[in-house]
Ligand binder design. Structure first.
Ligand SMILES: Nc1ncnc2c1ncn2[C@@H]1O[C@H](COP(=O)(O)OP(=O)(O)OP(=O)(O)O)[C@@H](O)[C@H]1O
Ligand SMILES: O=P(O)(O)OC[C@H]1O[C@H](OP(=O)(O)OP(=O)(O)O)[C@H](O)[C@@H]1O
Ligand SMILES: [Mg+2]
Length: 304
């Protein structure tokens, strides 16, 4: 197959080829009905139902390709965009997965308690630019390089947590989600550089702008559906002003008349609620007299 010819007219969309973001990205493409066939070992997959080619790349390389305008759209971590230093990409959507923190970590039992104690010492990380920027600021505060020497920052591509135990580093800068990896390595966090999650990014000079809008709208719809549930309940009309405060909705609740005989004083409400808040919202609705409270998952959505 002559892939180069096939690519010339297509929107190029980079997604992580491995790692923590990959499965959620594939789920997102599926939810957005972006269909493709990927041949084994091939990092380019042509879409069947759109003039799009998916390019499978390491998450760290995606901002570079998008920033240089070689690729139009991409999904990667916000941390990788910051680390790449590119100013040529636009972060257009927070995708809500891949949430973690980039933290300075040191041996739990060691004498280092403060990131300033690491100035002039050895740090190992996969995030050299962000780490250098962070320690340069600390060096200035600590009285400049002359006093304690420049902090030595070494790059490793993975298993960063092993560096302290191996005697290669006095501290590391790496991602922490549950904290399990950090704990298992006998490390503790002493500072946070940034918080991150997966983002949809766009080149500042993309091809196929209309197709990009269509894809963004589909992805936004899936993300919103994952974030919200639909809640319906019945409530005495006299309580409507209270319950609207409990469930203001994404835009506004839909209020309809109950058709039951003798139920003129009651209304039926249908409203979007953030999934993370639904249990508390149901408690509050019950307290103010709502009945028949139902919660439904959304499989997709569109809203302006
Ligand atoms: N533990 C985690 N929890 C949530 N998100 C994470 C976690 N680790 C990494 N990420 C996110 O995923 C991005 C890619 O990191 P990841 O380590 O998965 O990629 P990789 O190094 O290419 O893959 P691998 O580690 O499998 O070689 C990170 O930049 C960050 O945004
Ligand atoms: O706080 P936790 O939930 O334990 O997650 C944090 C770990 O996840 C990532 O590693 P990854 O699985 O990508 O392995 P790697 O070190 O080989 O990159 C990250 O680099 C941490 O090591
Ligand atoms: Mg990794």
């Amino acid at each position: 197959m002559d892939l180069v010819n096939h690519l010339s007219d297509r929107l190029l969309f980079a997604v992580p080829k491995k790692g923590r973001l990959q499965q959620s990205c594939l789920d997102l493409l599926k939810g957005s009905d972006i269909q493709f066939h990927r041949h084994s070992r091939l990092d380019i997959a042509l879409c069947i139902n759109f003039p799009i080619a998916l390019i499978f790349l390491p998450a760290a390389d995606i901002p570079v390709f998008v920033g240089e305008g070689r690729v139009d759209l991409g999904i990667t971590g916000h941390d990788q965009v910051r680390e790449s230093r590119t100013t040529e990409v636009e972060q257009i959507l927070d995708l809500g997965f891949g949430k973690c923190k980039l933290q300075v970590q040191v041996p739990e039992k060691g004498d280092i308690q403060d990131p300033k104690d690491l100035v002039g010492r050895n740090i190992v990380t996969s995030f050299v630019s962000l780490t250098r920027e962070y320690f340069e600021k600390l060096e200035v505060e600590a009285g400049g390089e002359e006093r304690r020497g420049a902090t030595k920052i070494k790059y490793v591509g993975g298993s960063v947590e092993a560096a302290c135990a191996l005697g290669v580093a006095d501290g590391i800068v790496d991602l922490v989600e549950s904290g399990e990896t950090m704990k298992a390595a006998g490390l503790k966090p002493i500072a946070t550089l940034i918080e991150t999650s997966a983002v949809l990014i766009k080149s500042k000079h993309p091809s196929h702008p209309e197709l990009i809008d269509r894809i963004c709208s589909r992805i936004r719809g899936v993300i919103t559906a994952q974030k919200y549930v639909l809640c319906t309940y019945n409530i005495p009309r006299s309580m409507l002003t209270y319950v609207v405060q409990i469930t203001p909705g994404k835009r506004a609740p839909t209020v309809t008349q109950l058709m039951d005989q003798g139920a003129e004083d009651w209304a039926a409400v249908s409203v979007m609620v953030e999934k993370s808040k639904i249990a508390m919202v149901m408690d509050q609705l019950e307290e103010v007299g709502a009945t028949d409270i139902l919660v439904m998952n959304l499989s997709n959505s569109r809203s302006s």
